[in-house]
Design a protein around this ligand. Structure first.
Ligand SMILES: *[C@@H]1O[C@H](CO)[C@@H](O)[C@H](O)[C@H]1NC(C)=O
Ligand SMILES: *[C@@H]1O[C@H](CO)[C@@H](O)[C@H](O)[C@H]1NC(C)=O
Ligand SMILES: *[C@@H]1O[C@H](CO)[C@@H](O)[C@H](O)[C@H]1NC(C)=O
Length: 403
């Protein structure tokens, strides 16, 4: 702790004396990272250090959506119109183009970052999203994965609500725990998947960002803090440390950059669950605004904190997941220009590599998750303005400036 504060003092002094921006460490934590992974790291680092550039991403952008659904997509009713859609495995088998994408259709471009989820490894949808991941990579997008893992002790889902027997889940899957073998087996399955599927046409491993055990300071996931699992911050840090060490050193995977992404509204401060500089390349925040409760000022406060923590540790800062909570994006029609872009400029937050929104997804005939805009949505004009701002980097911009 003392060491940390001392470094920080030196940093503040250096800024004051020379007006130079604090530097991000010039290497990923994996000293054996592949050439492509180092190149991705360097690109993200240079964008983070540039106060007038930020990449924009979306989770599963071409897998699910609410606008323009038509065959051969699986289509669903949403708001009385059969326009919600899903790209399904047999489309992948027929090499069908992924022409639908809610936010892309607003701006006529793809996101610079496309998100996926290791929870879906072995799922019936796997062929579809693996195809979409390869398509996104071939287009030039950066790939990121999160992991909404089911509870490896109880087999319940990632959300702890209603999960009986979740007590000390983390400790029970770490070395010495009675479910450690189960955890290792699942990591082995994911490592095999990475080796066999997260590779390009020539067999070269695709570099990606792995956002491990996200929102771990919040109380909603079984790997989180402040719920009936009674995980301690030490358990949470050890889970991240073990995961990185296992994949990198034991499984020999060298195409991964590791991101930590605590939630801005967690039960304990983001820094309390920080696993240490040897386990992190990117320090992100998962931060959703809430109409009437969390406004742009809250976002500014969060971004300022994240950038300070990242730079004090020589790491890349990012907004790893964002939107308006509970699908209330329509209640903040200037979410993108005010909530994000202005918040980034008003603080030191523009020294971030990327900002990524969550996906849209129809959940029932009359209801849907709405976390990204689509044509006709109240935030669509604002998203277009956000797109047209010279500082935001979508796919076309990424390809022309960071080939
Ligand atoms: C930062 O990005 C801007 C474009 O927004 C570009 O013109 C400028 O050259 C970049 N600066 C550096 C140091 O790369
Ligand atoms: C879990 O932690 C809470 C408070 O942190 C405590 O009251 C409770 O007794 C703990 N539960 C168990 C089973 O240890
Ligand atoms: C956000 O809310 C706080 C009070 O909760 C208020 O002081 C602040 O001015 C608001 N900021 C904006 C940008 O509306």
């Amino acid at each position: 702790m003392i060491h940390f504060q001392w470094r920080y003092l030196i940093l503040v002094n250096a800024v004051w004396l020379t007006s130079l921006l604090p530097d991000v460490t010039s290497q990923p934590i994996d000293t054996q990272a592949t050439v492509e992974t180092k190149a991705l790291y360097n690109m993200l680092r240079s964008v983070a250090q540039n106060q007038s550039r930020i990449l924009v991403g979306t989770h599963l952008p071409t897998m699910f959506g609410l606008y323009g659904g038509h065959p051969p997509y699986w289509t669903y009713e949403y708001q009385g119109k059969p326009q919600a859609w899903m790209f399904h495995p047999s489309m992948a088998h027929k090499d069908y183009p992924d022409e639908l994408c809610d936010p892309c259709l607003v701006v006529n471009d793809f996101p610079a970052i496309a998100g996926f989820d290791f929870a879906l490894v072995g799922d019936s949808t796997e062929d579809a999203w693996v195809y979409l991941m390869h398509t996104a990579h071939d287009r030039g997008a950066v790939i990121t994965f999160c992991f909404h893992s089911y509870n490896l002790v109880t087999n319940h889902g990632p959300w702890i609500s209603g999960d009986t027997g979740a007590y000390h889940s983390i400790r029970r899957i770490l070395p010495g725990g009675d479910h450690h073998r189960v955890f290792e087996a699942r990591l082995d399955q994911i490592a095999d998947f990475i080796k066999s599927k997260v590779v390009d046409k020539n067999g070269v491993p695709i570099p990606f960002i792995f956002r491990i055990w996200h929102e771990q300071n919040g109380n909603w996931f079984w790997w989180g803090y402040g719920n009936q699992a009674n995980n301690t911050v030490e358990d949470i840090k050890q889970l991240a440390q073990f995961t990185v060490t296992y994949l990198r050193d034991h499984k020999g995977l060298h195409n991964i950059l590791y991101a930590i992404s605590p939630d801005c509204g967690g039960s304990v401060d983001a820094e309390a669950v920080y696993p240490g500089n040897d386990y992190v390349d990117i320090i992100g925040t998962d931060c959703y605004l809430i109409p009437g409760t969390r406004n742009a000022t809250y976002m500014q406060y969060t971004l300022d904190k994240v950038v300070r923590q990242a730079e004090a540790n020589g790491k890349i800062a990012a907004i790893t997941e964002t939107s308006v909570a509970e699908s209330h994006l329509d209640q903040m029609p200037q979410f993108f220009t005010q909530g994000i872009l202005h918040s980034l400029t008003a603080t030191s937050g523009m020294r971030m590599a990327y900002v990524s929104t969550w996906n849209n997804h129809r959940t029932s005939d009359s209801d849907a998750d709405v976390f990204s805009p689509y044509p006709g949505h109240p935030t669509a004009p604002d998203y277009l303005e956000f797109y047209n701002d010279k500082r935001t980097v979508f796919l076309k911009d990424l390809k022309s400036n960071y080939p």
